[in-house]
Design a protein around this ligand. Sequence first.
Ligand SMILES: *Cc1c(COP(=O)(O)O)cnc(C)c1O
Length: 354
Amino acid sequence: MSQYLNACYTALEAYTPGEQPRDMQYIKLNTNESPYPPAPAVCQALDTAIVENLRLYSDPTCRNLKQKLADLYGVKPQNLFLTNGSDDILNFAFMAFGEKGAAFADITYGFYSVFADLHGIESDIVPLKEDFTLDYSDYCGRNKLIVIANPNAPTGMDIPLWQIEEILKTNPNNVVVIDEAYVDFGGNSALQLISKYENLLVTRTYSKSRCMAGARLGYAFGSEVIVADLEKLRYSTNPYNINSLTLKLGETTVDANDYYVDKCTEIIKTREFVAAELKKLGFAVLPSKANFVFAKSPTIKGADLYTALRKNGILIRHFNKDRICDYIRITIGTREQMETFISVITQIQQEAEK
Ligand SMILES: *Cc1c(COP(=O)(O)O)cnc(C)c1O
């Protein structure tokens, strides 16, 4: 740290992204990316003309993409907020609505506490129950910014819509963010509630179900008033936050929606296969509605399992954190990758039991 850094950031602990190693080819099951490429039309969407057009600024209103998403999801363009990855939406949401503090689970997406710290917002950490389920009543009348990943990460577990509705009703004076990064893999979306609750913000990403983590594109649905607040902050930060190549790819993705629905169905099938195989090996597997499973070996510590898998060319995510340090999070890859994963982990497990 230099002597020049603003003192308010000296204690800030940055988010640690999952590793993206370049030393060898791994079966990469550690950052919840899609194993599939984007739709064929998306892969071919960029031509010389659009690259030449990079001399111009991108459209700060993102008009075409907002219109396409609005049509697909049955909302108005004014209900949409677009950013450079959905982490960016979360950043703006904490900045905009966190004045009274922010409540979120102890076991959830690690970025929430980083954004709270970044903006000097008090974190109100709400522990999940012993079995990692979320008790919605903990959030009722909490009277501060509420952030819930649904399905949650890294557990993969979700809560039903009526519970979200109770949280919205009992917190009329603060914003409730429902982070739906994984909703396309079988969760229940709160999208339909935005017309009913002015205080709801639903966030989504192209990084997981849209096979485009590297393009950096996130979108959120909310009432016109909270979207306008977020726009004010975006225009005060970087109005050109989405580059024109990504905008074009995002539009083509909407046109190819069926392709992605198919791929999600594929991932869900493979997830159920992986969960069943792990259970046969004696693992505890949390019920997942996401593109990953969170599981605990009957005998091997999480950190050791991470190391053993890595030696065998398979990367998974391990969190060195209370309550979950014996679990590993496994992203669902292709069926073939997951068959390899199961055979490797079976061997590791058998060795350990000798
Ligand atoms: C991956 C993820 C995000 C954000 O992803 P972006 O790549 O920034 O769009 C947000 N929330 C959760 C819970 C995630 O797992």
